[in-house]
Design a protein around this ligand. Sequence first.
Ligand SMILES: [Cu+2]
Length: 126
Amino acid sequence: MRPTLFTAVLAATALGLAGCGGDDGGGEAATDIEVMGEDSLEFDPDAFTVPAGQEVTVTLTSGGVEHDFVIEDLDGEDVEVVHADANQTETGTFTVDSPGTYTVYCAVPGHREAGMEAVLEVVDEG
Ligand SMILES: [Cu+2]
């Protein structure tokens, strides 16, 4: 019976997390992004949807390796939103006025080359 009980606890935990969020993906635009920089040189999650014209806060937590959250070609330049050293959590903010699809990458040498990118969708909420 233990597996059944364990499953029930997991389900309840998942429901609890979903209930207090409003930031749990699903393509809905959020002004808060929480992202993990994994030791495997990946962003988790690796896709974000934010509203145009509103300030967005990014909370980046690095694992055992430092990481950056850089938006590529934002009005012609790459913008470093936040950098987190190993085992640190840091926050930064950005605002994108033009809706569209942007690329996020990590500027730590070798990381982007290893595939450390994410997709940032900026949507017009009217
Ligand atoms: Cu990185």
